[in-house]
Design a protein. Structure first.
Length: 115
């Protein structure tokens, strides 16, 4: 397992294949991620131990929504929303990323046909 240090702790990729990624996070108290968004990926947080705050910005008002996770809790951030996590108490969490294949994900320039 390849572990990468971060300002807020460390992350280790556990699984990365097809449309799914899973990372194990170890967060240090007071650490926080950048405010960022994903264009196509959902981002689910699953808390194993400690306490983690998920902050999302859902509209143009600039006011954040916060969700505090305790062990066993989950929170999912859909694509397109700015978000960050903040480590309330030293924690172990899992980040699960995925993309959804949409049946309407096609833009036709013509209708095709037969000769």
């Amino acid at each position: 397992m390849e572990r990468s240090g971060k300002f807020w702790g460390s992350t280790s990729p556990l699984f990365c294949k097809n449309n799914v990624e899973i990372h194990r996070l170890e967060g240090v108290r007071g650490g926080y991620s950048s405010k960022h968004r994903h264009h196509a990926k959902y981002n689910m947080f699953i808390l194993e131990s400690g306490s983690l705050r998920i902050v999302t910005w859902k509209d143009a008002s600039g006011l954040p929504d916060t969700t505090v996770l305790e062990p066993g809790d989950t929170c999912t951030v859909p694509p397109g929303l700015y978000h960050r996590f903040e480590v309330v108490a030293p924690c172990v969490a899992y980040e699960v990323y995925w993309t959804e294949l949409r049946p309407d994900d096609i833009e036709r320039a013509d209708h095709g046909g037969a000769a």
